[in-house]
Design a protein around this ligand. Structure first.
Ligand code: HEM
Length: 456
């Protein structure tokens, strides 16, 4: 009921359950009409998410997402998911990442000019809003080869569509309530109910149909994601073994998924990161020194290879992902009954299981003083000592986030550009501690993250 009436974020509700049973490895919890098994034990997470993936390869029951715009990778099951994942993985091959760097850097320069205006007029920045707009532009350039212009124009079509997805409007609240009550999908099927506003669906179908007419970016990849999927569709005409057909629906749904997954997660991590750096000036200074040192030893150039030398920055990003994992619960469904080794406990078919990512990341047994922002937890030695599956911000196993390397490169490129030019400090109206958005299952800031900014 708390989630339904937006009194408490799902993450905190799960965390209460997690803490109430400190010694249990598994705990049942209820989301009104359906029950889920919380997998608290890291070893068991490894068994389920990785070693016995074939018994737990799905995330959502197929019957619950007949929506036209949800026929995408993350909602697919079984062989269909495997086929599509294999087809889409090349989007983020290392060779592609190298070509995407120039586009990310281009967006980071626009972000930097935007921040300069704030610094020169002594106006605070809203780290949450500018990071949403920056990450939208990056997805536009890198994945779709399109100029989204979300940073330059706050009223851009893409920013508006992002708002439609994010905002707690009465329409969105109603849809959330129905979806919440109906996790198994009976009413949705019966009444052909859509989880999202039809405007979203129209937008992404039109984007696909009219993609050729949108202004292309200068540094566009040779082949953008939309063209890449259209090519797969053409190859399929001769492919006998296909499990999914790249129909218009499937392509538009994947465009929607990559757009949403691309900006919501990274923007939230980047804004939490700037917030923590503002509160911890010594950590901020140490990253800045590292950036200067690495640039100096590489002829003042940063590129995708040089970014990998920013070891301390990687530690800071890892710690941000630990403290603020954007996806606080990783879910699976038992697709083939499974017996826990050494016990007589059997998971029947269709058992919904969930790994409490946030709660594990905040468990004192794995992270001393977990509320402290401490990048030292991610030195090489400390990482080697970590108990397996106690750090899973990108999920784990074959269904791990498809864009880990891309997301890390994007975050590093952005931080490297900003921190060498600006100093961030708390503003007198900054919410400390930061307030978390209650109405969403994503772990993200509720209001603006206001920070003062100074040119260096
Ligand atoms: C900091 C940034 C990000 C975080 C923390 C993150 C986290 C995650 C997590 C936890 C999952 C589910 C994994 C599981 O169930 O085991 C996931 C899946 C996914 N992510 Fe990300 N993600 C990030 C950035 C991105 C970006 C930038 C994109 C695309 C451009 C993306 C695309 C996807 C897709 C398509 C899936 C579904 C994969 C599948 O089901 O096979 N993510 N992500």
């Amino acid at each position: 009921m708390d989630t339904l009436f937006v009194r408490n974020n799902l993450t905190y509700r799960i965390d209460l359950i997690y803490r109430a049973y400190p010694n249990e490895k598994l705990v049942w919890f209820y989301e009104l009409l359906s029950s889920h098994l919380l997998i608290k034990d890291p070893e068991l997470i490894g068994e389920i998410f990785v070693k016995n993936f074939d018994n737990f390869c799905d995330k959502i029951p197929e019957s619950s997402h007949k929506n036209r715009i949800l026929q995408n990778l993350t909602n697919m099951s079984g062989n269909k998911w495997k086929y599509m994942r294999t087809k889409l993985i090349p989007t983020f091959y290392p060779s592609k990442l190298k070509t995407m760097y120039a586009s990310i850097d281009h967006c980071a320069q626009i972000l930097s000019s935007h921040i300069r205006e704030h610094a020169r007029t002594y106006q605070p920045i809203d780290a949450k809003e500018i990071m949403i707009r920056f990450t939208m532009d990056v997805i536009g350039c890198c994945v779709f080869g399109l100029e989204f212009n979300a940073l330059k124009d706050p009223d851009s079509e893409f920013r508006k569509i992002g708002k439609l997805f994010l905002d707690p409007s009465p329409e969105n609240t109603f849809r959330r309530i129905i979806s919440f009550l109906d996790t198994v999908g009976y009413f949705k099927k019966l009444f052909n109910f859509q989880d999202f506003s039809p405007k979203l669906e129209h937008f992404f179908f039109n984007l696909l149909r009219n993609s050729k007419e949108f202004p292309k970016t200068e540094s566009m990849m040779k082949k953008d994601f939309i063209q890449f999927m259209l090519d797969i569709k053409n190859e399929e005409l001769t492919d006998e073994d296909k499990d999914v057909i790249f129909t218009e629906e499937v392509i538009a749904s994947n465009i929607f998924l990559f757009f949403v997954a691309g900006f919501m997660t990274t923007s939230s991590v980047l804004s939490f990161c700037l917030y923590e750096l503002a509160l911890n000036p010594e950590i901020q200074e140490r990253i800045r020194n590292e950036i200067e040192h690495v640039r100096n030893s590489h002829n003042e150039v940063l590129n995708s290879d040089v970014l990998t030398k920013l070891v301390y920055m990687e530690m800071v990003i890892s710690e941000t992902l630990r403290k603020y994992p954007p996806i606080p619960l990783a879910r699976r469904i038992c697709t083939r009954s499974y017996q826990i080794p050494g016990t007589d406990m059997v998971f029947p078919l269709n058992t919904h299981v969930a790994a409490p990512v946030y709660s594990i990341h905040h468990d004192k047994r794995y992270y001393e003083n977990p509320e402290k922002f401490d990048p030292e937890r991610f030195t090489e030695e400390n990482r080697a000592r970590r108990i397996p599956y106690t750090y899973i911000p990108f999920g784990t196993g074959p269904r791990i986030c498809i864009a880990v390397r891309f997301a890390k490169m994007e975050m590093k490129c952005c931080l490297a550009e900003l921190l060498r030019k600006y100093k961030f400090t708390p503003y007198d109206k900054t919410d400390i501690p930061v307030v978390i958005y209650k109405a969403r299952s994503l772990y993200s800031p509720e209001g603006p993250i206001l920070l003062a900014v100074q040119e260096i």
